[in-house]
Ligand binder design. Structure first.
Ligand code: CO
Length: 296
């Protein structure tokens, strides 16, 4: 099986509840739609990054309407207070329905298939049962979901290594982390990165691999300078406070206290074309899957 087939089989396409009476069979037209879903961001930089993702996806699918669904209640509340209302995922899917979309491709911008992703799955399952709803809804996977995807994301990370880095300097990618079993993608990625270059590391800000274990490996590596790169869709509050910054608990502060020189690179994955390319590939596969459906 080649890797693109591996990706294809990971896209879940759900047929939706349809009444079979003649009335409903008349509806043979196809209108495709896209919903992009992300946790959301309260920072200007984060919002700009998501707008950049939107622009690239819209340019690739000029005839397909795109709606955004933000999964974080706190971010939506904050955004509203700033005078900028953003939609929840059910609202975004509902808007696509109002636009008379029949085939909806949902692309999450999440990193691992953790709790947030499971919530997206549940929301889609609920929409499958809406009367007079979509003919089909597809759900593409997050960035990490399989061995193939691990290698793909790993290779994409190799492409964003700082150009100023010299061979004896370390690079530490830091994700959010979760107590969901899918957190195991982070140590798996760390292992893969180590195989490519022993000075590449990966950890998480809230779970494991944690500061203690990473610090141990950094000491052993002999590196003096460490680049800190967020493994987050957007470089928001976590990147600014938990990775970089003067907070004594931040990775930068605690590593500097141990004598390392830290250089944070505060850009989220959504700010690099190489990751947007992966989301575009997923969407292309999802939209192709719609084209193969029998017309009835
Ligand atoms: Co958090």
């Amino acid at each position: 099986m080649d890797s693109s087939q591996g990706d294809m089989s990971s896209i879940q396409v759900f047929s939706c509840f349809q009444r079979t009476s003649m009335n409903y069979k008349k509806n043979t037209r196809i209108k495709k739609g896209i919903v992009l879903t992300a946790f959301g961001s309260s920072t200007e930089q984060g919002q700009t990054a998501l707008e950049n993702v939107h622009a690239r996806i819209a340019a690739n699918f000029p005839d397909i309407p795109i709606n955004w669904g933000y999964t974080s209640v706190a971010i939506r509340r904050k955004s509203k207070a700033q005078g900028r209302e953003i939609d929840s995922l059910p609202l975004a899917i509902g808007k696509s329905l109002e636009e008379e979309v029949t085939h909806l491709a949902v692309q999450p911008l999440h990193i691992i298939p953790g709790y947030e992703f499971e919530d997206v799955q549940r929301t889609i399952t609920a929409f499958r049962h809406i009367p007079k709803g979509f003919n089909e809804i597809s759900l593409s996977p997050p960035l990490l979901f399989s061995q193939t995807s691990l290698h793909k994301l790993g290779n994409a990370l190799l492409q964003i290594l700082p150009s100023t880095r010299s061979k004896d300097e370390a690079v530490l990618f830091l994700g959010h982390g979760s107590n969901h079993p899918a957190n195991s993608f982070y140590p798996a990625l760390a292992y893969w990165l180590q195989q490519q270059d022993p000075l590449l590391f990966a950890g998480t800000v809230e779970h494991w691999p944690d500061q203690e274990s990473i610090r141990f490996h950094l000491f052993k590596s002999g590196a003096k300078r460490v680049y800190l790169i967020p493994l987050f869709t957007v470089a928001g509050i976590h990147a600014q406070n938990d990775i970089a910054g003067n907070d004594p608990e931040s990775w930068q502060s605690s590593l500097e206290q141990e004598g390392f020189e830290c250089i944070p690179v505060l850009k989220g994955l959504a700010e690099y074309n190489t990751f947007i390319d992966i989301w575009l590939q997923h969407l292309n596969l999802a939209i192709q899957a719609f084209q193969t459906i029998p017309k009835y």
